[in-house]
Design a protein around this ligand. Structure first.
Ligand code: ZN
Length: 284
């Protein structure tokens, strides 16, 4: 789902507080859709659309927003459905409406004029490698702006990352859930101490059980991710959930949204369970 579709969806939804938490490189709004029940409740942040070609995650979050409309929870929710609006538009529409110079630059970054597999933001920085969590400590083949995998010239350089960072610092969530695509896997670890590792694995297991997705360790194969940053900076659990069966390739078929929703629709029961686990460890 592109930014225009998200904006028309948000116009129709009521019962939520909508905030613009920042702007993309090209000046598009980055939204948070909040459901705050009580000032004393802990927050959960749910993100999607960070990798351009994985924009079905934005559609899923819109389903979750609708699902939450008449519900009451013992936690507050901030949905950030589309972290990378420029990238998603590029992925869906190509360089439509851009200047000659921009088009030339983007073709160079992308290595061609087919952007349907593009993951990065419009600067060619991978927004899930740009975070200051052991940034650049792992290997990527991309050493310059690219369609995926480039860490950026310095950590936290991109406005989309800065916006989400500031927002996360403001809300101080007890959990963040980050939807990507694809593989039906859940990642949770990033150099936690033993107790927190135990806690975060338990929480990941709740989501794995309800979705049927597999838990996978990525501690030694990822760095500079939002999940990594949340785990390291706030010492909270943070899950990257890779939606969608691997049998389909990108561009991922839109019709699969139903199956993806079916497997993930118990999200709110899972968060409630996660909060219980989180609180039980906090008392230790
Ligand atoms: Zn991704």
């Amino acid at each position: 789902m592109k930014i225009e579709e998200l904006e028309s969806f948000l116009k129709k939804e009521d019962g939520f507080d909508v905030f613009v938490i920042g702007k993309s490189v090209l000046g598009k709004n980055i939204y948070s859709v909040n459901k705050e029940f009580d000032k004393n409740f802990r927050w959960v942040i749910i993100t999607g659309g960070m990798h351009a070609r994985e924009h079905l995650s934005t559609d899923l979050i819109c389903r979750f927003i609708s699902l939450a409309r008449d519900k009451k929870f013992n936690f507050n929710i901030s949905f950030v459905p589309l972290v990378n609006p420029d990238g998603v538009t590029l992925c869906c529409d190509g360089c439509c409406g851009m200047s000659e110079e921009q088009i030339k630059q983007l073709h160079k970054i992308n290595g061609g004029d087919d952007f349907s597999l593009f993951k990065a933001n419009i600067n060619g920085v991978d927004l899930n490698n740009n975070w200051s969590a052991r940034w650049h400590k792992k290997f990527s083949t991309a050493t310059k702006p690219a369609s995926q995998g480039f860490y950026g010239d310095m950590a936290m350089s991109e406005p989309e990352v800065q916006a989400l960072a500031k927002w996360t610092e403001k809300l101080r969530p007890f959990l963040t859930i980050n939807y990507h695509l694809k593989g039906e896997e859940i990642y949770y670890d990033f150099f936690q101490d033993e107790e927190r590792m135990k806690r975060d694995l338990l929480i990941a297991s709740v989501f794995a059980k309800s979705s049927g997705y597999k838990i996978k360790s990525t501690q030694f194969s990822s760095s500079g991710g939002y999940k990594d940053w949340c785990v390291e900076k706030f010492m909270i659990p943070s899950l990257t959930i890779e939606l969608g069966d691997d049998k389909f390739s990108h561009p991922y078929p839109k019709s699969e949204i139903e199956n993806i929703f079916e497997k993930n629709k118990h999200i709110y029961e899972d968060i409630e369970e996660a909060l219980k686990i989180f609180n039980s460890f906090e008392k230790l």
